[in-house]
Ligand binder design. Structure first.
Ligand SMILES: Cc1cc2nc3c(=O)[nH]c(=O)nc-3n(C[C@H](O)[C@H](O)[C@H](O)COP(=O)(O)O)c2cc1C
Length: 370
């Protein structure tokens, strides 16, 4: 029996396996609205065999977008653009749909990766960014504005408004983006947060704003639907955010009803030194799970079925989430199920692809011809 292909329940949502398609920005939106590319991308990966697909970082304000091409959910037009895509997905796939809600803070106003990914100046279509403190991400870059109290309220309200739109769209779960050096992570990390008010200084103060946003999102989303948080468990920089602080943050989230912690790392400082290798972030997920008992997702260079099976079967994490591996092999979940003796849902149009040695791969299917 495969553990990877055994069910897991997140609040009122039961998933048939423990695989999520990790959120992946496509930099292909127009004014925050999804385009035909999203139709292709989302519908393709909704057939990966993963029980949950997480929509890319979806920004709650236009100025919170990483790039001018990033997805948003701050306008009626943004909401309307996602509707037909989700309707198509629901018609052809049983995958649960999560959405990652995000604000890029000082890492907003960047060029798309294929245009170099650097800070976009105002004269090239960029905009003034905001962050916990007026400290640029990279030395030599123009500084963000430090968010004042009114700004904190505005951004928190924007998270709530986007949550309500997500609910209207029928999204099954929300993941708050608290990782990769974006706004909520900037509050957590002493590298980006130099505030002297109640939102800066001590760990308790640095956690305050992300926890307020979590509470506000949690309260705005139906009780039966799960809300998770993606964290960077360490900045990989001496004196930065680290695993013991992440564990405290996870504990605080647990008391507030978080449904999962998706454990990533890095992103707040160009000085980070990341020890890349297969499953390199799994020990971080394992430590969070062991210390807090919170449901965890492991992510990062998980590419092989047996590797994923080992992570969940050994209890290092409760779920795995894959990004690049899914782009490379958009039927990753099917292939993993075939290798591990699991079962995945597939649309009837594709049933005939079932290998002759894997008659139970798609469950009870039957088809005929004359
Ligand atoms: C094209 C691309 C876009 C990404 N966009 C996001 C994003 O929107 N939100 C996020 O939290 N991580 C994002 N990531 C990071 C992935 O979700 C994942 O954490 C990372 O790629 C490591 O997993 P992998 O080794 O399976 O690719 C992105 C990664 C890629 C390759």
């Amino acid at each position: 029996m495969s553990t990877l292909f055994s069910p897991i329940t997140l609040r009122g949502l039961t998933l048939s396996n423990r695989i999520m398609v990790s959120p992946m920005c496509q930099y292909s939106a127009e004014d925050g609205s999804a385009t035909d590319w999203h139709f292709t991308h989302i519908n393709s990966l909704a057939l990966s065999g993963a029980a949950m697909f997480c929509i890319e970082a979806t920004h709650v304000e236009a100025t919170g977008r990483i790039t001018p091409g990033c997805l948003g959910l701050y306008s009626d037009a943004n909401e309307a653009a996602l509707k037909p895509i989700l309707a198509s997905l629901r018609k052809h796939s049983k995958t649960a749909i999560a959405m990652q809600l995000a604000h890029a803070g000082r890492k907003a106003s960047s060029a798309r990766p294929w245009d170099g990914g650097q800070l976009l100046p105002l004269e090239k279509g960029g905009w003034q960014t905001e962050a916990p403190s007026a400290v640029p991400h990279k030395e030599g870059e123009s500084a963000p504005h430090a968010i004042d109290d009114a700004g904190l309220k505005r951004v928190r309200d924007a998270f709530v408004a986007a949550t309500r739109r997500a609910e209207r769209l029928g999204i099954d779960a929300i993941e708050l983006h608290g990782a990769h050096g974006y706004l909520l992570h900037q509050f957590l990390s002493p590298i980006a947060n130099k505030r002297t008010d109640q939102y800066g200084g001590s760990l308790e103060n640095r956690m305050r704003y992300p926890l307020e946003v979590f509470d506000a999102v949690r309260a705005a989303f139906p009780d039966r639907k799960p809300v998770g948080v993606r964290v960077s468990a360490t900045d990989w920089v001496e004196g930065g955010w680290d695993l013991p602080q992440t564990i405290e943050f996870a504990r605080a989230l647990k008391t507030r009803g978080v449904d999962w912690i998706d454990v990533s790392s890095g992103g707040v400082s160009p000085l980070q030194k990341i020890p890349l290798g297969p499953g390199y972030q799994v020990p971080l997920a394992q430590a969070v799970k062991q210390a807090t008992g919170v449901t965890t997702m492991a992510v990062g260079l998980i590419t092989e079925a047996k590797q994923a099976e080992d992570i969940v079967a050994s209890g290092k994490a409760d779920m795995v989430t894959l990004a690049r591996g899914m782009l490379y092999d958009p039927r990753w979940g099917w292939h993993a199920a075939a290798e591990l003796g699991g079962e995945v849902g597939a649309p009837p149009q594709y049933w005939r692809s079932q290998p002759s040695t894997q008659k139970a791969l798609f469950g009870a299917t039957s088809f005929g011809a004359r």
